[in-house]
Design a protein around this ligand. Structure first.
Ligand SMILES: Nc1ncnc2c1ncn2[C@@H]1O[C@H](COP(=O)(O)OP(=O)(O)OP(=O)(O)O)[C@@H](O)[C@H]1O
Ligand SMILES: [Mg+2]
Length: 286
């Protein structure tokens, strides 16, 4: 059995990708699945902080990729949910150190050991974000109810369609799922934020969950707890429900075509991007 790879992405920065990776990963693990969360945000490591395991990180992604540590030395197991583990990112500032070959190697090591691998993407559409989405079977597109965030989410969908391994290998496309975070009903009513139907109209992607804006998130991340472990909170419930919806969706839909080994050097062979039409019309972005 090989793991299903889920990339958590957004385009825009600061929308809640890392929060979602930790929360969604913990929620899947609570359901008994073997989950590895992998930080792809090189140089800006913070998934380990949100998970509360930063003091136990000794080796990281690049150590495993370069063979200076083996996987079992680098993985950090969560003490609250034992089938949840983290592979930290490197603190190097050389973003290009994350090569396609390095990722292939690490993913091939991880895949037999887990049911789900969640990749926490860096912001933007540069090298690191492309690397994080390359292996995706599923993409969780995180978006805030703001025009800029929705536009960037739409743009990243174009990149997923063009640059993922699935797209290049002619496999069934990456399945996209929308998570709207920092949703504030009152501000939507006042017209200060986009409503959920407006976001869905634009992004036309199955909705996995809506996570309210809440101080619980900051409190949980300061305490190093994935917010889905916060029982009795709206945010915790929202992430747990999103994970259940995801599991139900994949149970009730046909299996995706199998994974194939990734040839090296894929980035250089790619077409630039596939922009989607609707938002281009709406926002006139390039
Ligand atoms: N539902 C929420 N309610 C309130 N604050 C939130 C919520 N979700 C995320 N935040 C806060 O938003 C900030 C950014 O979150 P996070 O680090 O998860 O975003 P990110 O998309 O990973 O950012 P980056 O692009 O920099 O990697 C954090 O301070 C986090 O606590
Ligand atoms: Mg982040």
């Amino acid at each position: 059995m090989s793991a299903t790879i889920i990339t958590v992405t957004s385009g825009k920065g600061g929308v809640g990708k890392t929060t979602t990776t930790a929360a969604f990963g913990a929620a899947l693990a609570l359901q008994g699945h073997r989950v590895c969360v992998v930080d792809f945000d090189m140089g800006l490591r913070n998934l380990d902080l949100v998970m509360g395991v930063e003091k136990r990180v000794v080796y990281d992604f690049l150590h495993v990729a370069h063979g200076t540590a083996n996987l079992s030395q680098a993985l950090v197991r969560d003490k609250r949910v034992p089938n949840l583990q983290l592979l930290a990112t490197s603190q190097t500032t050389d973003k290009e150190a994350l090569t396609p070959e390095a990722i292939d190697h690490v993913m091939n090591l991880l895949a037999p050991a887990f049911d789900y691998i969640l990749c926490d993407s860096p912001a933007g559409i540069e090298h690191g974000a492309m690397m994080a989405l390359h292996h995706a079977d599923h993409a969780i597109v995180v978006c805030n109810p703001e025009v800029t965030s929705v536009r960037d989410a739409d743009r990243i969908m174009g990149y997923i369609a063009a640059r993922s391994r699935r797209a290049q290998s002619g496999l069934t496309p990456v399945r996209e799922h929308l998570v709207v975070t920092r949703y504030n009903e009152e501000r939507v009513k006042r017209g200060e934020m986009l409503s959920l139907p407006a976001i869905q109209d634009i992004l036309a992607m199955p909705l996995l969950g809506v996570v309210p804006e809440s101080p619980t998130v900051l409190r949980a991340s300061n305490a190093g707890r994935p917010v889905s472990l916060e029982t009795g909170t709206e945010v915790g419930r929202a992430y747990r429900a999103a994970a259940m919806r995801f599991l139900a969706e994949i149970r009730h839909s046909p299996a995706m075509a199998g994974r194939v080994a990734q040839p090296a050097g894929f980035l250089s062979t790619l077409a630039e991007t596939a922009q989607r039409g609707l938002l281009r019309c709406l926002f006139r972005h390039a």
